[in-house]
Structure formats: structure tokens, C-alpha cells
Design a protein around this ligand. Structure first.
Ligand SMILES: *[C@@H]1O[C@H](CO)[C@@H](O)[C@H](O)[C@H]1NC(C)=O
Ligand SMILES: *[C@@H]1O[C@H](CO)[C@@H](O)[C@H](O)[C@H]1NC(C)=O
Ligand SMILES: *[C@@H]1O[C@H](CO)[C@@H](O)[C@H](O)[C@H]1NC(C)=O
Ligand SMILES: *[C@@H]1O[C@H](CO)[C@@H](O)[C@H](O)[C@H]1NC(C)=O
Ligand SMILES: *[C@@H]1O[C@H](CO)[C@@H](O)[C@H](O)[C@H]1NC(C)=O
Ligand SMILES: *[C@@H]1O[C@H](CO)[C@@H](O)[C@H](O)[C@H]1NC(C)=O
Ligand SMILES: *[C@@H]1O[C@H](CO)[C@@H](O)[C@H](O)[C@H]1NC(C)=O
Ligand SMILES: *[C@@H]1O[C@H](CO)[C@@H](O)[C@H](O)[C@H]1NC(C)=O
Ligand SMILES: *[C@@H]1O[C@H](CO)[C@@H](O)[C@H](O)[C@H]1NC(C)=O
Ligand SMILES: *[C@@H]1O[C@H](CO)[C@@H](O)[C@H](O)[C@H]1NC(C)=O
Length: 497
């Protein structure tokens, strides 16, 4: 079977959760763009730290170097707080540059800032460029191993006597947010509190309806303009009508200026998956101000996109797709520099992309489905058998859909403490987020006007009120956790000699 990973140039965002589309057996990278712009306002020192490839057995002793970024400009006094970003599935630069909140608040806390790169991503590859060669090398790519790397790094940092009793606060967005929440749950003696933004820790079998994600994407479009949703629904039929003839296939290829040409049904499945990913990506990055990653996106990009899709009266398939193309072009070709619409050319850094695909095929099994009625997509049921077969054929692994809930907990989080789970309701990933308070100090914060971890971004004049309040709540929580740690530490000095 054909295996491809697609990267959408514009999408550039943090959350790169990707999902495997079942029918086509193709892997869609919902968004991965690494911003390595020199214009980033955030500066840091890059360091390497040696960690074991396998933290949990004594049978192998290989090690590798993980990368981390550190900024001690605001660090002040003895035992200052350490703000620790639990890196997720991508190059670390992306997270350092899109988590302005940590940088905004570090000065008032006198905090040391650390960003840690997740193993198998960026430059933290356990077996160098052979890390993805086979399951023997890939097998150490798990969230548990990544958290154990972070533990070692923190222990190392705290070997500096002036950091020995520093409180450590974890931050993360998306999968990084899942990691920061789990970090606090599993290692409360290392992590004193966690800001888990847009962390879909419940997006697992039995805990979230597989359709929730696509329903939220649909409602984001409907909220902007009900006609937009209608035209998108209609477009699937138009694609189907046109692809029934070779002329129609050619017309679509030409109209969308697709790189190469689309000829087979498989190609058109890829094309449709590409469109679905764009809609999902738009929903994730539907921020209130222009975001400028590799390419600029306008404020509230769904609104801009839907301006092209407001006419439901179009009766010809070609007219429908002509309008759709204008919307896609706004999104994929905002700079006007795109030569052709690239559905298939994987990023040179394929390793980063297939890393998540592998994780999705092992621990991170997140069921997704559409019915075409309550969502605007073509019906596509969740079929775990098929999913599992695809995983086996791509990676020689069999997914464990219950693993995450067994090891971290899903149905009973009442023993969790000192975690803020924040969720933007515009964000389709809020489907699997923690939306209710689970204990007196593991609380859920809802940001009605927020897209994907908007609260972790730096402050901006166009920020909606709800995200301003969410950030105030984060600051209040962090202060509380630091105070609590310091008090308990003072009381426990007898043990700390
Ligand atoms: C820390 O970040 C600030 C703001 O980006 C920057 O001015 C400073 O030079 C950085 N410090 C280090 C050690 O990189
Ligand atoms: C790793 O294991 C090999 C084989 O058991 C042994 O020869 C080697 O000394 C060990 N290396 C380290 C660093 O412990
Ligand atoms: C893989 O890494 C090795 C050692 O760093 C290097 O010599 C080799 O050229 C790399 N191979 C590829 C295909 O990048
Ligand atoms: C697709 O073709 C069918 C049958 O010819 C037609 O009824 C339908 O209106 C067409 N769809 C669109 C969106 O034009
Ligand atoms: C569709 O959007 C265009 C561009 O904003 C606008 O000129 C037109 O009036 C809109 N049409 C409808 C039916 O809303
Ligand atoms: C679509 O048709 C309706 C009913 O005929 C009409 O009121 C509306 O103005 C039309 N919209 C456009 C954009 O042509
Ligand atoms: C991107 O926009 C430019 C300028 O409008 C246009 O010439 C080019 O064909 C567009 N590329 C694609 C792939 O649509
Ligand atoms: C699920 O996929 C398996 C394997 O591809 C297939 O045999 C089975 O019929 C599918 N089940 C449903 C309900 O479609
Ligand atoms: C959770 O508790 C906090 C603090 O008491 C409160 O502000 C927040 O509204 C609660 N969240 C939900 C979803 O009830
Ligand atoms: C530490 O001791 C102080 C003073 O006795 C007390 O108020 C505080 O609650 C204690 N803190 C903890 C976490 O036990």
C-alpha cells in the first residue's frame, strides 16, 4: 500500500497532531511547519544532554543526546522557579517560538526557561538518521520514555546547588499539554504544577465520540457562515461527479494547479484528504489576529476562507469547485508564490512526520470518524481492525488502544492535582479535552473564543476577553503551586539534608 505523509506548508502550527485516514491508508499530517525565522523575538542557548535510549530496562545501555533550549536572563535569586516546556512532536524551535505566554510571564516570576525536545523529533534522534529505519530502532518512541528523559534533564538541572529546591512548572500545548499533565500525575515529586493547554487526554477509545472532532470543525464553519458549510458539503458531490470522467479529473488537476496530475481514484482520495486537513487546520488556527508562520494567515482565517464559499445557488459542479479553489488558494497561496499545490511531496524532514504516525499506531490511538450528516465531510466510519492492519503494514506494530488510559488514567483523574486543563471551544481538539474539574486542584478552564492553545501564545491586543482571563488564572495557579511547594519544602527540610 501506498504510504505518504503530507505536510501543509501554511499550516505551521504547533499542534501537529496528525491522523491516519483509514480508507486511503494514507497518513495526513494535519499541520507541521517549522518556523526557523531569525526574526523570532525569543532567544535562547541550545544545549545537549545525554539520556539512555531505554529508561526501563537493564538490557541495553545505549544513550543519545537530547536537545534543549535554556534562557536564564530572568532567573533571579536562589531556587527560582523553572518553567519547563514538555516538547511535543516536532522541532523544538516551533514550540519555543509559539509559546509566548511562558516568555511573557518569566520576568515577573524570575524564572528560568527551559524547552526540552521530545525524543525522535528535531535533533533528538536516538539512532541518528537510522531512528526510523525499523521497529527495533523506533520502539523507544513512547510518551513514557520521553517523560523519563525530561525527569533526567530536570534532575541534571537541579544538580546546580542554586536550583536544588526550585519549583518546576510544566507547560505544554496539544500533545505537549498531554505530556505536561501526565508529567505532573506521574512525577509529582519532580513537577509541582502543570499548564496543559488544549490537551486531548481523553481522545481515546471509549472516552470520546469519534465524530466529535469533525463536528467541531463543522460548527466552526457554520458559525462563520451557514452557506459555507453547505457549499463544502456540496463540493464532495461535485468532486465525485467530475472524477467520473477523465476530462473532469483533468479539469480539477488543472483548476487547483496540483503538482503532478491526479488520475487515479487513489489520487482523488488523497486530494479529498488534503481538503479535509485544510478545514481542520483552519479550525485549529482560527486565531483573532494575523499569524505569520511561514506564510501569513489573516485574522480569523475561516471567515476569510468562507467569503469565497457563500453562494449556495451554484448549480454546476465546476462553479462550486471554482469557488472552492479560491478559498483553498487564499489558504495555501497567501503569498502568491506557490507554483503548484503540493499534495504529496513529503518534507525533507520526514522523520518528524512519521514519528507521530508511529505514535498514533502504538500508544496514541485516537479514533476519528465522520457520518456526513452531523458533520460536513464524507462518511468515514472508524474501523479499528482496518486501522490496526494499516499500522502493521506500515510499521510492523499493533496499536494498543487502551494503553494510554491504562497507564495515565482517563475515567478517574480524581487523584490528579495542580493541573490546569485549558480548552478553547473553537478548537476541534477540545473534543478530547478535560472539560470538567476533576479534583480540587486539577481544574478545567474553558476559553469560548479560543482556538488551539491560544492561551499559550504571547499576549496580543486582539486577544478575546476569555483568553485574557485564562492567562490570569494560569498565573494565579502557578503562584499558588510555587508557594505551596516552598511552604512544604520548609516544613520538610529535615528530609532534605
Ligand atoms: C532570553 O530571552 C530574552 C528575550 O528574548 C533575550 O533578550 C535574552 O538575550 C535571552 N537570553 C539568553 C541567555 O538567551
Ligand atoms: C554496554 O554494554 C556492553 C555489552 O554488555 C558493554 O561491553 C559495555 O561496556 C557497556 N557500556 C557501558 C557504557 O556501560
Ligand atoms: C546518516 O548519518 C551519518 C552519520 O552522521 C552520515 O554520515 C550519513 O551521511 C547520513 N546518511 C543520510 C542518508 O543522511
Ligand atoms: C452531480 O451529478 C448528479 C447526477 O448527474 C446531479 O444530480 C447533481 O446535481 C450533481 N451535483 C452537483 C453538486 O452539481
Ligand atoms: C459573498 O461574499 C462576497 C465577497 O465578500 C460578497 O461580495 C457577496 O455579497 C457575498 N454574497 C452573499 C450571498 O453573501
Ligand atoms: C440564491 O437564491 C436565493 C433564492 O432564489 C436568492 O434569494 C439569493 O439572493 C441567491 N443568492 C445569490 C448569491 O445569488
Ligand atoms: C498562487 O498565486 C499566484 C498569484 O496570484 C498565481 O499566479 C499562482 O498560480 C498561484 N498558485 C497556485 C498553486 O494556485
Ligand atoms: C473493518 O475493516 C476490516 C479489515 O479491513 C474489514 O474486514 C471489515 O469488514 C471492516 N468492518 C466494517 C464494519 O466495515
Ligand atoms: C473549575 O474550578 C475553577 C476554580 O474553582 C473554576 O474557576 C472553574 O470555572 C471550574 N471549571 C469548570 C469547567 O467548572
Ligand atoms: C508548613 O508549615 C506552616 C506553618 O506551620 C503551615 O502553615 C503550612 O500549612 C505547612 N505547609 C504544608 C504544605 O504542610
Amino acid at each position: 500500500m501506498d504510504y505518504k505523509a503530507y505536510n501543509f506548508t501554511l499550516l505551521s502550527f504547533i499542534l501537529t497532531i496528525q491522523f491516519i485516514k483509514l480508507n486511503s491508508l494514507q497518513v495526513i499530517t494535519a499541520s507541521t511547519e517549522v518556523t526557523k525565522s531569525n526574526s523570532s523575538p525569543y532567544k535562547y542557548v541550545t544545549k545537549k544532554f545525554t539520556v539512555p535510549v531505554d529508561h526501563f530496562s537493564f538490557s541495553i545501555n545505549n544513550t543519545f543526546e537530547m536537545r534543549y533550549f535554556i534562557n536564564d536572563t530572568w532567573r533571579s535569586g536562589k531556587n527560582p522557579p523553572i518553567f519547563f516546556y514538555t516538547g511535543n512532536e516536532g522541532d523544538l524551535e516551533t514550540f519555543a517560538e509559539n509559546t509566548g505566554f511562558m516568555w511573557d510571564i518569566a520576568p515577573t516570576f524570575g524564572a528560568l526557561i527551559v524547552f526540552a525536545e521530545h525524543r525522535y523529533y528535531g535533533e533528538s534522534k536516538p539512532f541518528g538518521n537510522k531512528s526510523f529505519d525499523n521497529v527495533k530502532n523506533l520502539g523507544y518512541l513512547t510518551s513514557q520514555q520521553a517523560l523519563a528523559d525530561y525527569v533526567d534533564l530536570i534532575v541534571h538541572l537541579k544538580s546546580d546547588p542554586s536550583l536544588k529546591h526550585s519549583p518546576v512548572i510544566a507547560f505544554g500545548g496539544s500533545y505537549g499539554g498531554m505530556l505536561s499533565a501526565w508529567f505532573r500525575m506521574k512525577y509529582p515529586h519532580i513537577i509541582h504544577g502543570a499548564i496543559a493547554a488544549s490537551a486531548p487526554v481523553l481522545q481515546f477509545t471509549g472516552y470520546t465520540d469519534c465524530q466529535s472532532f469533525s463536528r467541531i470543525v463543522t460548527s466552526d464553519f457554520r458559525a462563520v457562515d451557514p452557506n459555507c458549510e453547505k457549499v463544502i458539503r456540496k463540493s464532495w458531490e461535485s468532486i465525485k461527479n467530475l472524477t467520473s470522467s477523465d476530462d473532469g479529473k483533468k479539469w480539477i488537476s488543472t483548476k487547483f494547479k496540483v503538482c503532478g496530475s491526479l488520475t487515479t481514484n487513489e489520487n482523488f482520495k488523497t486530494f479529498k484528504d488534503f481538503l479535509v486537513s485544510i478545514y481542520s487546520n483552519l479550525a485549529m488556527v482560527n486565531y483573532p489576529y494575523a499569524t505569520d508562520f511561514l506564510s501569513p494567515l489573516p485574522p480569523y482565517p475561516i471567515r476569510e476562507f468562507c467569503k469565497f464559499l457563500n453562494n449556495t445557488n451554484l448549480s454546476s459542479d465546476k462553479d462550486v469547485l471554482t469557488n472552492l479553489q479560491k478559498g483553498i488558494n487564499l489558504y495555501a497561496n497567501y503569498t502568491g508564490k506557490l507554483k503548484c499545490l503540493d499534495l504529496s511531496n513529503p518534507e525533507p524532514d520526514l522523520g518528524a512526520a512519521s514519528g507521530w504516525d508511529y505514535q498514533a499506531c502504538t500508544e496514541m490511538v485516537m479514533p476519528m470518524c465522520n457520518d456526513g450528516v452531523n458533520d460536513m465531510f464524507e462518511p468515514e466510519p472508524w474501523n479499528f481492525t482496518e486501522f490496526s492492519e494499516n499500522c502493521f503494514s506500515h510499521f510492523n506494530v499493533t496499536p494498543k488502544p487502551d494503553l494510554v488510559c491504562n497507564i495515565y488514567g482517563c475515567d478517574d483523574l480524581s487523584t490528579a492535582s495542580n493541573i490546569v486543563f485549558s480548552n478553547g471551544l473553537l478548537d476541534p481538539w477540545s473534543s478530547g479535552g478535560v472539560l470538567r474539574n476533576v479534583s480540587s486542584s486539577a481544574v478545567a478552564i474553558i476559553i469560548p473564543e479560543g482556538a488551539h492553545h491560544l492561551d499559550l501564545r504571547g499576549s496580543h491586543p486582539a486577544d478575546p476577553y476569555s483568553v485574557i482571563k485564562a492567562r490570569e488564572y494560569h498565573i494565579y495557579s502557578i503562584k499558588k503551586w510555587i508557594k505551596q511547594y516552598r511552604e512544604s519544602f520548609n516544613n520538610d527540610t529535615v528530609f532534605a539534608i
